[in-house]
Design a protein. Sequence first.
Length: 402
Amino acid sequence: MLRHHLVLPVSTGDLLIDPLPPITEREVLLSLVIPTYQERHNIAEIIQLLTLELDRSLPNDYELIVVDDDSPDRTWEVARDLYPQYPHLRVLRRTHERGLATAVVRGWQSATGQILGVIDADLQHPPAVLGKLWEAIASGADLAIASRNVEGGGVSEWSLLRRCLSRGAQLLGLLLLPETIGRVTDPMSGYFLLRRATIAGKVLSPIGYKILIEVIGRGDIGKIVEVGYEFQERQAGSSKVTARQYLEYIQHLLRLRMARSGRFLRFVAVGLSGLVVDMSLLYLLTDASTLALPLALGKLVAGESAIINNFLWNDRWTFADLVRTQTSRRQKFRRFLKFNLICLLGLTLSITLLNLIYNFVIRDRYIANFIAIVSVTLCNYWLNLKLSWRSTDSSAPPKIRT
Ligand SMILES: Nc1nc2c(ncn2[C@@H]2O[C@H](COP(=O)(O)OP(=O)(O)O)[C@@H](O)[C@H]2O)c(=O)[nH]1
Ligand SMILES: [Mg+2]
């Protein structure tokens, strides 16, 4: 294998992971990123421990990628000097960008593995847990997280204030992004493995420290497994967390919220355009002054035209990012059939709800209709996200040799 005694270049541009690893002389299964800033006193030990662990469980099938943000203590240089002892080690020195979460993505961009991971350099994440995380992935999980909040996990020496801050941050996340933060017990974890395919093709845009919420928020993640671990106290160096990281966390949550709500607003806008199509056609086809076709026939044509209109807009705009890799005619037609089916289901539901609300809850047909439309829109959106666009071609995750 060609050994670089130079520190490797870092990608720039979008924080986008390719579905296929870059072509190199050697591919591996696992690429583990170790973000560092001012860790010269920890880096040798963490590399040694990780190598011992992985030489046992994945001999010759892993790489360790240190991503250092040009630390003034020259961590990158200390790491690079370890090359002769560790053939699986690579070092990236980043000079144009800063921040933990983006460092992790830059590391993954240069990764050759199908499984990507991250672990802190400061020995607070015990390398021994890697084995269990790997097992979870090998048995089909998309994401395996080392967690402080499941059995076997903990933060023994944390002060009450620190525990409260951590729980408070989690609670805020739950309020703003329940569908993301609520999926795991330790959304703040910085120690996990995931399948490349779950985030490939998505433009990531994290701020600050919390790479895991970005991955769950924007990735296409099915099964998640959490493995307990005890967060160790730092022995050398110091934490870089300050009040600023709390602010960045809130900013990050808001950005993710906007990204997700933006999709819903697009869906609603498309729905309104469908309403215009439906109404106009109904007028043109059935009005006495125009074609005067039978009402049922006119409504059928108008309704189906609105469905086609909505499908095309949603496919090109609302869910465009989800279909980037599924552009064949067959895949598109399958999405259309599912969309059609869900719309018909929505219509049935809407009529039923309208009747139920009008007869049993509130005797005002417009309020009843409004409640029915809002409920059905939410239901339609969710079903289409999960069925028509999210998993058009869901194949089983690739089996991994352990
Ligand atoms: N590349 C890079 N790594 C960072 C940065 N900030 C922190 N890290 C690394 O990320 C890991 C976790 O950081 P730390 O400050 O210990 O966070 P804490 O454990 O939550 O207190 C350590 O390996 C740090 O060296 C950064 O801005 N860039
Ligand atoms: Mg730390």
